[in-house]
Design a protein around this ligand. Structure first.
Ligand SMILES: *Cc1c(COP(=O)(O)O)cnc(C)c1O
Length: 410
């Protein structure tokens, strides 16, 4: 379970959010005229998030707008859909293509599959950042969108957003910045004095941003924000039906009826934490991440993948099967993410980890020792699946497995 809340204050935070959610459990912002306070909560969550991400800067043009969604994936789906339709109206593109770095989230694959867009994955550079030159190679007259992440999910590395913004501007195409993980950390980390390269609407060429309130925003699960540079792009997100016997129907996001409770919960989370709360949390997780990074660097058998910019630390091994190390860590109660190219695992550091950084490092040292002394799969471990000749299992087989798994649980 990846839970972003932790520490002695989490009980109060949980109960405040639960209370806000339950008060609004039966509201539905589809009916804006009825549930006016929920509509206001959404507008304020969007405005507060936009203010964090450059809407107040002159260079932003003063039109930044957006909506709340059910999560990073929906924010990304909507940004891709809006970019597709915006580019169709602007350039007449009818066979859309988009380009993402290899490290871009799989939500872009989902968007490409749902919205019939050709997806190119461009290799990353030796620092595991998006490579603008590699992306440039795929740009053609059908390109609608390029993507950069700040940071990317696999290795927690920030892509060169300014360079990508420049590329997008020069070709007149859309540029989405994936701030799903970073949106509620980077602005505060910068204020705390960490070196953080530009990542938001202050960068020319950025047309949309996704940012998850339900990750480091510490809001309830099912909350994210999608932002656009202006109304001209966002208007393509909305579906308006005027011919229905059910009357005029206008819906801004993918769901029709939406849970007002989650919007109220996100608003409560942001209002109660405030800038001070996020600064304090960011300080704790940034320091925790640096300690974890340093601790891993001191384990001779391991190497860090790339240079972590934030609170995700990915690591692999040239001498051990890292997935066997992961299995031993799992048996000790740690849930780390398995990555490929190169085979590695990552920890996404949250407030829960801050008080137990030393335990993590001690368990990691021990796990490395265990695998070194007894290499080979452990019973119930996943190393054979992930590690088999460095090759992931067949796609169709995974779909079948998921059917079995999900049906077996009900
Ligand atoms: C989590 C994440 C997503 C997807 O968000 P969900 O909330 O899981 O749908 C997309 N991009 C990045 C960088 C993420 O960390």
């Amino acid at each position: 379970m990846l839970c972003y809340i932790g520490g002695s204050e989490s009980d109060g935070h949980f109960s405040l959010i639960n209370e806000a959610c339950s008060m609004f459990a039966h509201t539905n912002p589809l009916h804006l005229d009825v549930f006016k306070s929920v509509a206001r909560f959404e507008a304020e969550v969007v405005a507060m998030t936009a203010a964090l991400l450059g809407s107040k800067e002159k260079s932003s043009g003063g039109q930044i707008c957006g909506n709340m969604t059910s999560g990073g994936t929906e924010s990304i789906l909507l940004a891709v859909k809006s970019s597709r339709d915006y580019m169709k109206s602007k350039k007449g593109i009818t066979r859309p293509e988009m380009i993402i770095p290899e490290s871009g989230h799989s939500a872009y694959d989902k968007a490409a599959q749902y919205f019939n867009i050709k997806l190119w994955r461009a290799p990353v550079n030796k620092n595991f950042q998006a490579d603008a030159k590699a992306i440039r190679r795929h740009i053609n007259k059908n390109t609608i969108l390029i993507v950069g992440s700040a940071p990317g999910f696999p290795h927690g590395v920030i892509d060169p957003i300014e360079e990508l913004g420049h590329l997008a501007s020069s070709f007149g195409i859309c540029f989405h910045v994936d701030l799903c993980l970073g949106g509620f950390v980077l602005p505060f980390a910068r204020e705390l004095g960490y070196h953080i390269p530009p990542f938001d609407f202050s960068v020319k060429g950025v047309s949309s941003i996704s940012v998850d309130v339900h990750k480091y925003g510490l809001a309830p699960k099912g909350t994210s924000v999608v932002l656009y540079r202006n109304h001209e792009i966002r208007k393509h997100q909305f579906v308006a039906v005027t011919e229905w016997s059910g009357g005029l129907y206008v819906s801004p996001t993918i769901a029709g009826s939406r849970p007002g409770s989650l919007i109220a919960g996100a608003w409560a989370a942001m209002m109660s934490l405030g800038k001070e709360g996020y600064l304090k949390n960011t300080k704790a997780i940034m320091e925790g991440s640096r300690r974890i990074q340093k601790g891993i660097e001191e384990i001779a058998e391991l190497f860090i993948v790339g240079k972590p910019d934030m609170t995700i630390v990915a690591f692999g091994s040239a001498v051990l099967d890292i997935f066997e190390v992961n299995d031993v860590m799992s048996s000790k109660g740690w849930h780390l993410n398995a990555l490929q190219r190169p085979n590695s695992i990552h920890i996404c550091v949250t407030l829960q980890h801050v008080p137990i950084v030393e335990d993590f490092l001690n368990d990691l040292k021990e796990s490395v020792k265990t695998v070194k002394a007894n290499p080979g799969p452990i019973s119930g471990g996943l190393a054979p699946i992930y590690g088999a000749a460095g090759k992931m299992p067949d796609r169709g087989m995974v779909q079948e497995l998921l059917v079995d798994y999900m049906d077996g649980t009900c």
